[in-house]
Design a binder for this molecule. Structure first.
Ligand SMILES: Nc1c(NC[C@H](O)[C@H](O)[C@H](O)CO)[nH]c(=O)[nH]c1=O
Ligand SMILES: CC(=O)[C@@H](O)COP(=O)(O)O
Length: 139
């Protein structure tokens, strides 16, 4: 049993609920313990994971969020920088699954968030479990 923290950017509540449900289900089905931490937006996720990782209270992390393109360049910043921050932490050896959707519209997000459809939350949780397994294999 490993200890996972889901860090969710609660920007679009109904979509987040589905992503978190999918991630929680994948983690708990695999026998892992789950806590959830909420941050305002996707840009805060890498920093929150970094702080939580330093506490040594968790073995792995799942980043959950939704970034929907608006009218300005802000989409590129939020989508790109959140992914860049998560990848930097991953390269430091932290087991993280990236479940931040970066989509054109709400309909694309709904299909991907729904655990009965694309279940991207569950997919991200499985990626985090796979990375933790690798960490233990090569420790
Ligand atoms: N536009 C979206 C954001 N923007 C907010 C930023 O993530 C951040 O919280 C703010 O700039 C303060 O630092 N966040 C999302 O998660 N999704 C979006 O679509
Ligand atoms: C992440 C985004 O692009 C969005 O929420 C911001 O919208 P806008 O570019 O219209 O300010």
């Amino acid at each position: 049993m490993a200890r996972f923290l889901i860090v969710e950017a609660r920007f679009y509540e109904h979509l987040n609920d589905m992503l978190v449900a999918g991630a929680r289900n994948a983690l708990e089905s695999a026998g892992h313990a789950v806590e959830v931490l909420t941050v305002p937006g996707a840009l805060e996720i890498p920093g929150a994971i970094s702080l939580a990782a330093e506490s040594d209270q968790f073995d792995g992390f799942v980043a959950i969020g939704v970034v929907i393109r608006g009218e300005t360049y802000h989409f590129e910043i939020v989508a790109g920088e959140s992914a860049r921050g998560i990848m930097a932490l991953t390269m430091d050896g932290i087991a993280i699954g990236n479940g931040i959707l970066t989509v054109e519209d709400e309909q694309q997000a709904l299909v991907r968030a729904d655990p009965q459809q694309k279940d991207k939350g569950g997919e991200a949780a499985k990626a985090a479990i796979a990375l933790l397994d690798l960490q233990q294999k090569f420790a």
